[in-house]
Design a protein around this ligand. Structure first.
Ligand SMILES: [Zn+2]
Length: 224
């Protein structure tokens, strides 16, 4: 049976506090726009697809932990949303719109189907600890005023540093590629990304819904 897919977290919930802290930890918006939090949702992974993904993720992350001795990382990702999911307390209805990439992730986790073969580091799943960088990848085709990013737990394991863009998955013994690599022209990507090449290396667990303040706003706006 399928339970609820999203839980609207209370401000006092430890998951809410953790997600909020990570959201603001590296918030460097290029136009100095502030975050105005609306909702922080826990993604339950209670659907059949979500449960299957969770089991695959657990198996893989145990292997990565044993091989690398490294903890998992909490990283942000965003994508295209074509519906109002998460905007309001009762807005938990997953739709099957082909142009909404957010709902399938909430329902069944990440899929390499939407991985960008043209990405700098090939067809992987890209995530970052800089929430404002993930925000830059948010795209709205519904007319929402709000924006959203996903916070995921990522089995980044051993990262293989690379010089120049390289579309191939990491070599044997490595589990991810840091997108913050020195580029061919010697410049650094300003805010590093982590790229994993397996669906079971990443599991979404939080959806943060927010507004952005006016560009170069002088006010410090905190949602709650
Ligand atoms: Zn949707």
């Amino acid at each position: 049976m399928t339970g609820i897919v999203m839980e609207d977290l209370h401000h006092d919930d430890h998951r809410y506090k953790m997600a909020k802290k990570l959201m603001f930890a590296h918030w460097h918006h290029p136009q100095h726009r502030k975050v105005i939090l609306k909702h922080i949702w826990f993604i339950t992974n209670n659907t059949p697809g979500g449960q299957l993904h969770g089991a695959r993720y657990n198996a893989y992350t145990n292997l990565v932990a044993m091989a690398s001795g490294k903890p998992n990382e909490y990283l942000f990702h965003s994508t295209q949303r074509a519906c109002p999911i998460g905007n309001h307390h009762n807005n938990t209805h997953l739709r099957n719109k082909s142009d909404c990439y957010m709902c399938p992730i909430i329902k069944n986790s990440f899929s390499l189907k939407h991985a960008k073969a043209t990405g700098l580091f090939g067809p992987g799943i890209y995530a970052t600890d800089h929430a404002a960088k993930a925000d830059g990848y948010y795209k709205d085709t519904h007319g929402n005023r709000t924006r959203c990013v996903l916070l995921s737990i990522v089995a980044a394991g051993n990262t293989e540093y690379r010089y120049g863009s390289n579309p191939l998955p990491p070599s044997l013994g490595f589990h991810s590629v840091p997108g913050g690599t020195v580029l061919g022209n010697g410049s650094l990507l300003k805010y590093p990304e982590t790229v994993v090449y397996r669906e079971d290396a990443i599991c979404p667990f939080i959806l943060i819904v927010y507004d952005l303040g006016a560009p170069d706003s002088v006010y410090h706006l905190h949602g709650h």
